[in-house]
Design a protein around this ligand. Structure first.
Ligand code: TYF
Ligand code: FE
Length: 393
C-alpha cells in the first residue's frame, strides 16, 4: 500500500520538480527529500477530510486517543511522494492548542528525510543552529526511526528523519488507516505527485539572514531566481530569494516585506500569523488542467487572473508553444512562464484557512527550473486585489 503510493520514479521526479545533478559526497548536510509537511489545524479531523476530498490525498496512517495518543489527533495523508501530517489538539491543555491560538492553521514542521541524522545535527550545531531535539530513536514492530529537530524561522522547525530502517505506515505509534472517501468516477488517480517548494515569510530585513542561515547550517545553495528591490517597489511589495538542497529536490523560497506604495502582502501574513512562518506550499502536478478542474469542482478557490493577461500579445509571443492551448489556460486562469530552460504552468489558491496566511500553488514544469518570475506582476496584483477585499491594504 505505502509502496504503491510512493511509486513516483526518479525520472518522473526530475521532470516534476526540476532535479539537477550534484556531487552529494561534498554535502555537509545531505537531504534526500521532504519527509513531511506537518500542520496544526483547529480541526484536524475535518482538515484531513478536506485534503482527501478536495486535494485527492490518501489517508495512510493515524494516531490519536484510540491508539494511545491522548493529547492530539494526527492524520497522515499522501499523494505520490508528498506527505502531509495534520495535527489537532484533543485535550484542552494540549500545547498544540496554544500554537493554534497564536498562529491559526499553519505549518509547524518542514520535516526532512536525511541519511545521517547525527552528522546533520553536529554540522547544524557547529554552525550555530538551535537544536530543539537531540538525536533519538523510536521503534515498533516495523523497525526503528532516528530523528532530531532544529529550529528555523518563527516557531517553525525542521525535524530530521532517517527512516532507512523502518517500513511502517509513518512513524512508530501510528497505525495504518485508509480513506473511506470514494473518488468521483473518472477522477485522476492523484491530483499531484510531489512537493515542489515550501515558501517562508520572514520579518522585514531578515531574508538575507535566513538565506545565509540555510547556506551555512544546511549547505543549501542559492538559486538564480529572486525578486530584488527593483521589482519590489514597483508592484510586488516583497523581496524573495530561493535556497535549495544540492539536487533541487527541496526548494525553500524566502520572502520579506518590501516598503512599497502599498502595505505588503507579507506584512499582512506576518500580522495574522503573528510572526514568520510558511506562506505557501507548491504542489507538482503532471496535469495542471485536470487538477484545477477537479479541485475547483470540490470548492477550492483560486486567484482570478484578468483576461488582459491572456490577451496580451507580448505574453503570447514570449511563451510560444505550450502543451495546452492558451484558451484553455485562460478558461482555468492558469499562468504560464518561459525561461531559457523551458516553461512552467502555475496557479495559486486563495488562503485555505480563516486567516489570510497559508495558501497553495499548483505547478507543472516543462524544463523550467524557475518559479514563474514572468508572472510576478500579474500574480502580485491578483493577491493585492484579494488583500483589498479583506480590508488589509
Ligand atoms: O514561490 C515563488 O517564488 C512563486 C512566486 O507571495 C511567489 O510562487 C512569491 C511570493 C508570493 C507568491 C508567489
Ligand atoms: Fe511558489
Amino acid at each position: 500500500m505505502t509502496q504503491q503510493l510512493d511509486d513516483v520514479s526518479y525520472d518522473q521526479l526530475r521532470q516534476l520538480v526540476g532535479l539537477v545533478d550534484y556531487d552529494a559526497t561534498k554535502d555537509p548536510f545531505p537531504v534526500r527529500a521532504m519527509d513531511a509537511v506537518v500542520f496544526v489545524a483547529g480541526n484536524a479531523t475535518q482538515t484531513a477530510w478536506l485534503y482527501q476530498v478536495a486535494f485527492g490525498m490518501e489517508l495512510v496512517a493515524y494516531a490519536g486517543p484510540e491508539t494511545g495518543q491522548r493529547d492530539h489527533k494526527s492524520f497522515v495523508l499522501k499523494s505520490g511522494s508528498a506527505r502531509f501530517v495534520i495535527n489537532g489538539g484533543v485535550r484542552p491543555d494540549s500545547p498544540l492548542l496554544d500554537h493554534h491560538r497564536k498562529h491559526g492553521d499553519g505549518v509547524v514542521d518542514l520535516a526532512l528525510e536525511v541519511t545521517d541524522v547525527d552528522r546533520c545535527v553536529e554540522h547544524a550545531r557547529a554552525q550555530g543552529a538551535t537544536v530543539l531535539d537531540e538525536p533519538y530513536e523510536v521503534s515498533d514492530a516495523f523497525g526503528t526511526v532516528r530523528m532530531a529537530a532544529i529550529a528555523t524561522y518563527g516557531e517553525t522547525r525542521h525535524t530530521l528523519v532517517d527512516r532507512s530502517r523502518y517500513d511502517g505506515p509513518y512513524l512508530p505509534g501510528y497505525v495504518a488507516r485508509t480513506s473511506t472517501v470514494v473518488r468521483p468516477a473518472g477522477a485522476p488517480k492523484r491530483l499531484f505527485q510531489a512537493i515542489d517548494h515550501c515558501v517562508g515569510n520572514v520579518e522585514l530585513g531578515k531574508m538575507d539572514y535566513w538565506v545565509e542561515w540555510y547556506n551555512r547550517v544546511m549547505g543549501f545553495v542559492n538559486m538564480a531566481e529572486f525578486v530584488g528591490d527593483d521589482i519590489a517597489t514597483d508592484y510586488s511589495a516583497l523581496m524573495s530569494k530561493v535556497v535549495s538542497n544540492g539536487n533541487h529536490r527541496v526548494k525553500f523560497p524566502l520572502n520579506e516585506p518590501a516598503i512599497a506604495k502599498k502595505k505588503s502582502q507579507i506584512d499582512e501574513y506576518l500580522e495574522f500569523y503573528e510572526g514568520a512562518g510558511v506562506q505557501h506550499i507548491a504542489l507538482a502536478t503532471n496535469d495542471i488542467v485536470r487538477t484545477v478542474e477537479s479541485m475547483r469542482a470540490s470548492g477550492v478557490e483560486f486567484l482570478e487572473t484578468p483576461d488582459s493577461y491572456y490577451d496580451d500579445p507580448e505574453l503570447r509571443a514570449r511563451i510560444g508553444e505550450v502543451r495546452v492551448p492558451i484558451e484553455v489556460l485562460k478558461q482555468h486562469r492558469i499562468l504560464v512562464d518561459r525561461d531559457e530552460d523551458g516553461y512552467l504552468l502555475q496557479i495559486f489558491t486563495k488562503p485555505i484557512g480563516d486567516r489570510p496566511t497559508v495558501f497553495y500553488e499548483l505547478i507543472e514544469r516543462h524544463g523550467s527550473l524557475g518559479f514563474g518570475k514572468g508572472n510576478f506582476k500579474a500574480l502580485f496584483e491578483a493577491i493585492e486585489r484579494e488583500q483589498e477585499r479583506r480590508g488589509n491594504l
